[in-house]
Every structure is written in structure tokens, then in C-alpha cells.
Design a protein around this ligand. Structure first.
Ligand SMILES: [Zn+2]
Length: 73
């Protein structure tokens, strides 16, 4: 039995990830690219906040790469 939490884009409020809190905790501090609007979201304390450090080449994971290679995270 899992509680799933929706993580919504800071910018457009579309759901980017839906994961149990345990999994979300592992991803804390990572950046996620919103497929809807292209916004870079920083995962912090179980929610997405605006990324203060916009650099697309550092520590950015799209949903696709996250799903394709979960063991690298
Ligand atoms: Zn968005």
C-alpha cells in the first residue's frame, strides 16, 4: 500500500511526477524539466520550487531519462 504524492510544475501546475514520499525523498535536490512548459523545477522538501540556478547542462533530469534509467539515480 503506497501513498502517492503528485509533484506539480511550479510554473504551469501540470503533474510532472507521481511517486510515494519515500521515492520523492531520494530525488530531493534534483532538477526536473517540465514537458508541458519547459520550466526547470527544483525538487525541495517534497515539492517543486522555482530553480534559482538555471543551467540546463547541470544536474537536469527529464521524465524520460528518469524512467529509462532509474538505477543511475
Ligand atoms: Zn510546466
Amino acid at each position: 500500500m503506497y501513498d502517492f504524492s503528485d509533484l506539480k510544475c511550479y510554473n504551469c501546475q501540470s503533474v510532472i511526477l507521481s511517486l510515494p514520499p519515500m521515492e520523492i525523498a531520494k530525488l530531493n535536490g534534483l532538477n526536473f524539466h517540465c514537458d508541458c512548459c519547459g520550466h526547470q523545477n527544483l525538487l525541495q522538501d517534497f515539492k517543486f520550487v522555482k530553480n534559482p540556478n538555471i543551467d540546463p547542462y547541470i544536474n537536469v533530469f527529464s521524465i524520460d531519462s528518469f524512467l529509462l534509467s532509474p538505477k543511475t539515480i
